[in-house]
Every structure is written in C-alpha cells, then in structure tokens.
Design a binder for this molecule. Sequence first.
Ligand code: ADP
Length: 362
Amino acid sequence: MLTKENIEEILNNFNDPLLNLSFSELGFINSYSINGDKLKLNLSVSDVDNNILQKLSEDIGKKIISTHPEISEINIDFNSGVVEHIDKKKSSVLPNIKNTIAIASGKGGVGKSTVAVNIAVSLTKLGFKVGLIDADIYGPSIPTMFNIKEKPKITQVSGKNKLIPVTKYGVEIMSIGFLIEGNNAVVWRGPMASSALKQFMGEVVWGNLDFLLFDMPPGTGDIQLTLSQTIPLTGAVIVTTPQEISLIDAKKGYSMFEKVNVPTLGIVENMSYYSLPDGTQDFIFGKDGGLEMCKELGLNLLGQIPINKTIREGGDSGMPVAEFIPDSIESKSYLNIAKTIVKEVNFRNIKSNKKPELEINI
Ligand code: ADP
C-alpha cells in the first residue's frame, strides 16, 4: 500500500527543475489520492517548459510503478509554486503571508499602479493567492482601477475590530480610498500616513496569501522607509518609462531599496512603444531606457509594456486587461512578468532561507 511517507521518499529523488531542490524538501507536494490502481498527484513547480514537465511526470510515474506494482496509472497535475520568505519579524506582523513585494517608481504617472493591478491579477491566473495594499496613501487609485464601490466590512477578532479586505478578480484589496469619502484629498503628515500603512498590515484580516503586493507612493519617502522597517520585504519591482527623467528617479528608488536591504527583483519598462497601424513602433518616450538601466545596474528587465488605449481604458473602467482581455499581447506580457517575479522570489528565498551549515573543527 502506497503511503504518504512512500510518496515523500520517492519525491525526495526528484527535483524542481529550476530550483534544483527536491519536491519533498520544497514542500511542493500538495495532495494525492488513490482510487484502486490509480494515483493522482498534485505538485507545485517553478514555471518551466511543458516538455520538461512531461518528461518529469513520466519519470516520476515509472519510479512509482516500479516500486509499487499495485499502482498502474498515474496522473500528475502541476501548478505554480512559491517558496515562503521565512523571517521572524514578518511572521509576527503578517503571519499568513508568504511573500511581500513593493511595486515602486521614482516618479508619479509612469504607470506603477496599472502595473501593480495587472501583476496582481496575473498572479491569480497562475493559481496564486494574492493581496494588494494601496500604499499610495496620498493618491489611492486602486479602488478606481478595480471599480470597487463598497467599503471593507468590519469583524471582531479577539475582541478587536478588524477590517476585511475587499476581494475583486480574485485579489484581496485594501486601500485608504475605501475609507475616505468621494473626492476628499488626504492631507496627512508623514507619520500619520505611515501609521495608516501599519494598520493595513496589522489590523486587516488577510487570507493565507502567497503574495501581498504594495502599490507604493512614488519616490523615496516615509512610507517606503516604514514599510521596509516594519516587515522585511521579499523584494521590490521598479516601474519606469524609458525616458531619462523617469530613469533618474527610478535609479534613486533602486538605491534606496539597496540601502534598506530590499532586493530589487527587476524593472518593468512601461510605455515602451506605441504600435502604429502600419506595424511599426513609435518610441514616444525613447527606446530601451529601462533595458539600459538594467544593464548598468545588473538587474532583470521583467518586461516592456507598450502604451495603448486598451491599457488606459482598462484602468479607468476598473476592468484590467489581464482579467478582461487575457489573449492580448499586453496581458501576455503581464503574465510573463508575473512568472519571472515568481522565479526570482523562489531563487532568492531558497538562498536566504538556507541557514549556513554549522562548521565543526575539532
Ligand atoms: P502611477 O501609479 O505611476 O502614478 P498610473 O498607473 O496611475 O501611474 O498610470 C497613470 C496613467 O497612465 C493612468 O491613466 C493609466 O491608465 C495610464 N497608463 C499606465 N500605463 C499605461 C500604458 N501602458 N498604456 C496606456 N496608458 C497607461
């Protein structure tokens, strides 16, 4: 009879192709069921080529059948998996959240919130549980971009009032925009804004999330510092246009994250080009500025997103392209960005979670 232990033992000999650690070690065995001579397995995997997964599935199948002849048919489902960023401080503030990522920019208006929304939706398409905090306290645009009119409900946890995030398109969302009336401006001093952000972490009942994204205010101010001091972020994604004026501030953003030990997972170059009807591209804000920045600083270019009406309309109507036009080039770019973020997070967490071996010299 095939037991859980047998499965774990066998899967100790098979590695996630990208991370080079076994499925057992990674905790990537999600579930299994046996029905007569049929075994169904559900494994997580870092995103890899279908051919590689097919071969892996066959090899695991052969191994199980050769050691357990009572099984004659095996069906393996793979879904994307992410490794948790293990940190004591994070577990005390956000106990059920595996990874926290800041979506940042040096300048306002470069499309940071739009990118944050579409990455959040794309991550849910990959099967992840995702939350989004609108930390752009002074200019919250997430309620509009998700077309959310309702307010978060209040619940009691251990005698204390807590907020329940609003869920839309599979994303759990919290924004200061939910709590202020109409077009009222938020006039807050830095410390008040920082304390609002802390409340969004501690006084909101988040589900068990693989990723909590923070749509940061532009620049390098109090909120950025509060965030990196309150919880160790898994990483930051910096959004810039290819234009020099945006790149200068994006580089400042990058160096701020470096100073507070938050790794930059990569750069998203937004508004990279405009596709003309004759099929050529117009590089309105210059060509490849984000790519050059990546080369200069040794960073990943996560993607180059065109400027077009579809993206803008998706933002204004609260119907993000990643959700509503999944076959578009734009949505595919966002999906690729999301996949690369997952890979980067996995690599970094594997590295940083591993404690150094104890060296014994006698
Ligand atoms: P930020 O968060 O950097 O201030 P937003 O995401 O709010 O920027 O975007 C600013 C404006 O630009 C919004 O109207 C948005 O719809 C639009 N926008 C963002 N990215 C694109 C794009 N790739 N193509 C067209 N419009 C875009």
